[in-house]
Ligand binder design. Structure first.
Ligand code: PEP
Ligand code: MG
Length: 766
């Protein structure tokens, strides 16, 4: 924030005029109803609007409390349920509406007692208290016209002040509703979505004891501005300190998280908007909250999950700023930390905030929001903390100190569990700990079948934290390193230096164990917000679109930078590089030629080079099998990506929830296809493996071995269970039975493999 504020904008001035008058009303001796009546008059007059109405939440419905312009008989008579009509929708969705023709909106609900048929245009904003809508402020006009941005922003600022007025006057009933629900002592089960797998038990700790903004209208604007300046300075100091002391070491995703934080902390646009809100007459706290509310509303309209996650980072900082400015500094971490085993609860959580907790006592996290790709989830995974997201109404169901049992794989958290639930949870936890301990004891044993066939078990990785899994699992190496992850978690395009640092760290950690780097698989559904690599929203079939190698060959600069970063990182060692989504041999040739060219360039500049470069392709596009024989002489290895391969074999979107269960990896379509690939490759020097999720499941892995696959690269969690399967398998017996299984598949192929495993005592876990 600069020290010379720009002159107040028109929006700020018009809000300020209204706020000054509202301030007088609030200070007056009128009763609450009298004040509301004056408020609608002032707003209607200042915005030159024929109608101005305030609806407040009472007994679960939105009741018309005050109006200028609608019939007075409707006051305290017209009531709309949450979600009913335009007003109900604004409160329910916490969103702003701005319509030139209200009646044309599908949610319009006509109430004859109000006389609103005379009015065409409509704009409404939610009145928000403690992140929930407690009412709606709206204006209407006889002419069909849209309200301009300045008017909408003014309404939003006024709504903020109103929330103070109505809660001071005890006019709404959310608090009562929430308290009643929270007072419920009975056991409850809340459902959500697994974000980080695991189980944990502990007492409920709310990350953020609520900060209630007591005063919204400022007495002295300049004083408020200085409070915000000071808070910004302090926040930036905190972020800079965090950057130098992040306890995950230098580099990696955490560095990128902090970089994103820094970008926002020093963002002029953000501080300017807060300054503008202060100009309109709000206190520092209210101004920050006002800007945050606007961000939240925008966030809801953003369809891009990555961008949404970045917005969560901004929200994290905004909360921090309010806490600093209000002197209510404490998150639970800052106010003494965790005193016992705890499950942390938050609406959402910033990654930096999570890092502030003592990980020995943090047994789990429950979020009201949260998404798989959020930064905080990457951090939680690295910390080994189970996380469940998308749990609704936690504040209403859980109280500080309640006992919680979190089972994120089951998508459940038990609140104040009964003894029976607790016993069942303990038993399940014990079994899973025992099984994990058993599997861990397999770590140093070879992955060899009962009849002596060695199987190469590698892991899939993509983040710096995943490297630790190599030692934990005892895997032979990394069979798929998804380099695009660094691009996806980054706020800006990773420079060659940053790429090179990551690759070198991975190779250093792997030591003698091989690492196969896959060149970036971006584009399509993995869009990068900071880079124009095609708009997935405009692609009808992004998975089949301009992605992976297709994109990389056209954006040569990107691939060249990556090629050099990989070669310099692997100087003096063997580099294994693999190209994704190869559809025809020429694409593979072109990518390899590009690498050969970059190698020559580095050599001509006297750079140290890898001692050898091994080239591989992914088989993900079914059609490639038709020309695979032409490619084999030029390949060192081939890796089957069954995630994409099966979606293309069945023409069934891998992310489509309705199709998720429809086709089985064990279906004869997949197994016969894979057997054909094995036949085509056999006799060549090409090493063939599978790196899709399929290989991480014991039964599917067994079937893969059955058709002749002997190299698997799988999710680290799958290594133990798959190794247990391998060590209990008589592969010769399975291969003898495979031709019959493929020739005469049953209508239930999964059952067929399962029966075979059962009758041959194959260890498939539980
Ligand atoms: C695959 O498609 O099977 C694969 C391993 O690649 P990704 O899951 O990254 O698309
Ligand atoms: Mg793939």
């Amino acid at each position: 924030m600069t020290n010379a504020p720009p002159p107040p904008s028109t929006a700020a001035q018009s809000a300020r005029t209204i706020l000054t008058r509202l301030h007088e009303v609030m200070a007056s001796r009128a009763n609450a109803q009298g004040k509301l009546n004056q408020v609608v008059g002032i707003i209607g007059e200042c915005l030159d609007s024929e109608v101005c109405s305030i609806y407040l939440l009472r007994e679960g419905a939105l009741e018309l409390y005050a109006t200028r312009g609608l019939k007075q008989e409707a006051v305290h008579v017209t009531r709309l349920g949450l979600g009913e009509g335009l007003v109900g929708m604004i409160a329910d969705q916490i969103e702003t509406l701005n319509l030139d023709e209200a009646a044309a909106h599908p949610d319009f609900s006509y109430r004859p007692e109000t006389g609103e048929e005379l009015f065409h245009s409509f704009a409404g904003v939610p009145i928000i208290r403690r992140e929930r809508a407690v009412g709606v402020l709206c204006v209407q006009h006889a002419d069909p016209r849209r309200y301009d941005d300045i008017e909408i922003e003014t309404l939003q600022t006024v709504a903020m002040v109103l929330s103070e007025l109505i809660s001071n006057a005890d006019l709404v009933d959310t608090a009562a509703r929430t308290d009643a629900a929270a007072a419920d002592q009975s056991a409850q089960r809340l459902n959500g979505q697994k974000l980080v797998d695991g189980m944990g038990a502990g007492v409920a700790v709310f990350h953020q004891p609520r900060i209630t903004i007591e005063h919204t209208v400022a007495d002295d604007t300049e004083a408020e501005r200085h409070r915000v300046y000071a808070a910004f300075d302090k926040m930036r100091e905190q972020i800079d300190r965090m950057a130098s002391s992040a306890d995950f070491g230098v580099g990696g995703e955490h560095e990128e998280v902090i970089e994103t934080y820094k970008m926002f902390a020093y963002d002029e646009g953000w501080s300017r908007r807060i300054n503008e809100a202060i100009d309109s007459g709000l206190t520092a706290e209210a101004a920050i909250e006002r800007v945050q509310q606007r961000t939240r509303m925008r966030m809801r309209q953003i369809d891009d999950p990555l961008l949404r996650d970045r917005m969560h980072d901004l929200e994290d900082l905004s909360n921090r700023l309010i806490r600093i400015v209000s002197g209510q500094m404490g998150t639970a971490a800052q106010m003494g930390g965790l005193r016992q085993d705890s499950i942390l609860i938050a609406r959402n959580l910033g990654p930096a905030e999570l890092l502030e907790y003592d990980r020995r006592r943090l047994k789990g996290v429950v979020l009201e929001e949260g998404s798989l790709t959020a930064h905080v989830i990457i951090v939680a995974r690295a910390m080994g903390v189970p996380v469940m997201g998308r749990v609704s109404d936690v504040r209403a169901s859980i109280r500080e100190g309640d006992l919680l049992l979190l089972d994120s794989a089951a998508g459940s958290v038990h609140v104040r569990p009964t003894q029976a639930v607790q016993d069942a949870f303990d038993a399940k936890l014990e079994v899973s700990q025992k099984r994990r301990a058993n599997l861990a004891s397999l770590r140093d044993l070879p992955a060899v079948t009962k009849d002596g066939v060695p199987i190469e078990l590698m892991i899939n990785a993509g983040l710096r934290e995943d490297i630790a899994a190599l030692d934990l699992t005892g895997a032979r190496g990394i069979g798929l390193f998804r380099t695009e992850f660094q691009f996806l978690v980054s706020a800006t395009l990773p420079s060659r230096d940053r790429q090179q640092r990551l690759y070198r760290d991975v190779l250093d950690a792997a030591g003698d164990r091989p690492v196969i780097f896959r060149t970036v698989d971006i584009g399509g559904d993995k869009a990068l917000p900071y880079m124009n690599v095609g708009d997935s929203a405009q692609e009808e079939n992004p998975a089949m679109g301009w992605r992976a190698l297709r994109l990389a060959l056209e954006r040569e600069g990107l691939l060249k930078v990556q090629a050099r970063a990989l070669m310099e990182a692997a100087a003096g060692r063997t580099l294994n590089v693999m190209f994704p989504m190869v559809s025809e041999p020429w694409e593979y040739e072109a990518a390899r030629d590009l690498f050969v060219g970059q190698r020559a360039w580095l050599a001509s500049h006297n750079k140290k080079l890898p001692v050898a470069i091994r080239y591989g392709a992914m088989l993900e596009v079914p059609g490639l099998l038709e020309t695979l024989d032409l490619m084999l002489p030029h390949l060192d290895f081939l890796s089957i990506g069954t995630n994409d391969l099966t979606q293309f074999l069945f023409a069934a979107d891998r992310a489509h929830p309705r199709l998720a269960e429809r086709y089985d990896w064990l279906s004869p379509t997949v197994m016969r296809y894979l057997a054909r690939v094995v036949r085509t490759v056999s006799g060549s020097k090409v090493a063939l493996g599978v790196c899709g999720e399929m290989g991480g499941r014991p039964l599917e892995a067994m079937a893969l071995l059955g058709v002749g696959i002997e190299r698997l690269s799988i999710t680290p969690a799958g290594v133990g269970p798959v190794k247990a399967m391998i060590r209990s398998l008589d592969l010769g017996a399975l291969r003898a039975d495979m031709p019959a299984i493929l020739a005469q598949p049953s209508s239930n192929p999964r059952g067929q493999y399962q029966d075979w495993a059962d009758s041959h005592q194959v260890d498939l876990g539980d």
